[in-house]
Design a binder for this molecule. Structure first.
Ligand SMILES: [Zn+2]
Length: 140
């Protein structure tokens, strides 16, 4: 089920800066060739459309490094080097940890708050941290 996430804000866990601009979340990304670029993602959980300049090349399956465009803090999560973490603030002001895959073409998102877990994407079963029985219960 997709609920309406259009009003959600996203912030950097380090500087608390707003990553949302209009209909996008703005990231700084680095590819395997150490090239940096701006990458835009959808604020809708489960929507994996991305926007970038055509000169910035990403291969399928390439691991990227996402960082905050404001303070350049690496968003790589403590849980897994292939997952990035940002803070989502919903229209109720509730803060939720959102983890998503930094690997190109891998569609995985986890939203967690306390013991609650919501997962999206066809590859969401890959990260077993979130599959531990009883650690999280589903919400949404
Ligand atoms: Zn920041």
């Amino acid at each position: 089920m997709k609920s309406d996430h259009d009003m959600n804000d996203f912030t950097c866990p380090k500087c608390q800066g707003q990553l949302r601009a209009g209909d996008h979340i703005v990231f700084r990304v680095r590819n395997r060739k150490k090239q940096n670029a701006i990458l835009l993602l959808s604020p809708q959980i489960g929507n994996y459309d991305s926007v970038k300049h055509p000169s910035f090349l990403i291969e399928a399956g390439e691991p990227l490094e996402f960082s905050c465009p404001l303070c350049h803090f690496s968003l790589r999560s403590d849980i897994d080097e292939h997952l990035a973490r940002v803070i989502m603030i919903d229209d109720q002001g509730t803060e939720v940890d959102v983890y998503f895959s930094q690997v190109s073409g891998e569609h995985t998102t986890y939203a967690t708050r306390g013991a609650d877990l919501h997962k999206e994407g066809e590859h969401a079963g890959k990260y077993t941290y979130f599959m531990v029985g009883g650690k999280f219960k589903k919400y949404f």
